[in-house]
Design a protein around this ligand. Structure first.
Ligand SMILES: Nc1ncnc2c1ncn2[C@@H]1O[C@H](COP(=O)(O)OP(=O)(O)OP(=O)(O)O)[C@@H](O)[C@H]1O
Ligand SMILES: [Mg+2]
Length: 244
């Protein structure tokens, strides 16, 4: 970063910045006072796939929740050059979509779960999220009733349903926590490819090598700190034990 205020270095108009997301000295302190993440410096370029990897409890979910505006952060988060001062407003349709590690669904149809009553293209979202073949196989399509708390869908189908919901409002930034954990390799590869073609910027977490090799940038988190970052090919010599 050069001198001067961020607004002087990057365009202000949404959608034209080349580095929409920048974290500087970013951290997460939970309400009980526990610091889960500290000192994260990260630049995410438009359209990139950035993945966080690290041991259980290293702070991946905490980091992603704070990034999406669900948990409070410390340090600086800027979006298209503007500091995010009200994180809860950051998580809004067409800006940021969040998929949690344990996806939540409502009883009702697949379409209900994706549109949440808004005018969005549920079919396109289902296609990008790689859920269309599953829905076609059931014969229910978008009208499929998914049952109480999603009991009629598999774990991987629930993840992709939550993903479709997060993508549907023409989301610019998708924050996806461990979203491919229950997917077979073929579906996972198709998913990363579809997200790339969609053009959405993705920041996620994973413990799978198949995802890491497809990322533009990987952040290794250990005990809440960045132990290393870069392309996976530069990291796997030291960190392959973190990925299966
Ligand atoms: N809401 C919270 N309040 C207090 N502490 C929390 C909260 N959420 C997480 N933590 C703590 O923060 C640390 C990091 O947890 P986090 O869920 O971010 O790890 P993770 O890397 O996502 O782990 P996993 O690989 O199991 O998903 C843990 O010690 C956890 O107990
Ligand atoms: Mg987690």
């Amino acid at each position: 970063p050069g001198p001067g205020p961020p607004s002087a270095r990057r365009p202000r108009v949404p959608g034209t910045g080349t580095a929409p997301l920048e974290l500087t000295g970013f951290g997460v302190r939970h309400t009980d006072g526990m610091t889960a993440v500290r000192d994260v410096d990260l630049t995410v370029t438009r359209g990139q796939l950035v993945l966080v990897v690290g041991p259980v409890g290293s702070g991946k979910s905490s980091l992603l929740r704070a990034l999406a505006g669900i948990a409070p952060h410390t340090g600086l988060l800027t979006w298209n050059g503007e500091p995010v001062t009200e994180p809860e407003l950051f998580l809004r349709p067409q800006q940021v979509g969040y998929v949690g590690q344990l996806p939540r669904v409502l009883s009702g149809t697949v379409a209900d779960n994706i549109t949440l009553g808004h005018q969005v293209d549920a079919a396109a979202a289902v296609s990008t999220a790689q859920l269309d073949h599953d829905l076609a196989a059931t014969g229910g399509g978008l009208g499929l009733l998914i049952g109480h708390k999603g009991t009629r869908l598999s774990g991987g189908q629930l993840q992709r349903l939550a993903l479709a919901r997060a993508l549907a409002p023409r989301t610019e930034l998708l924050v996806a926590d461990d979203v491919s954990s229950a997917l077979d390799v073929t579906t996972e590869l198709a998913l990363w490819q579809a997200l790339r073609e969609h053009g959405v910027t993705v920041v996620g977490s994973t413990s799978k090598r198949a995802a890491l090799v497809r990322a533009d940038h990987v952040v290794v988190l250990q005990s809440g700190r960045v132990a290393a970052q870069g392309p996976w090919r530069d990291l796997e010599g030291s960190w392959s034990h973190l990925a299966g």
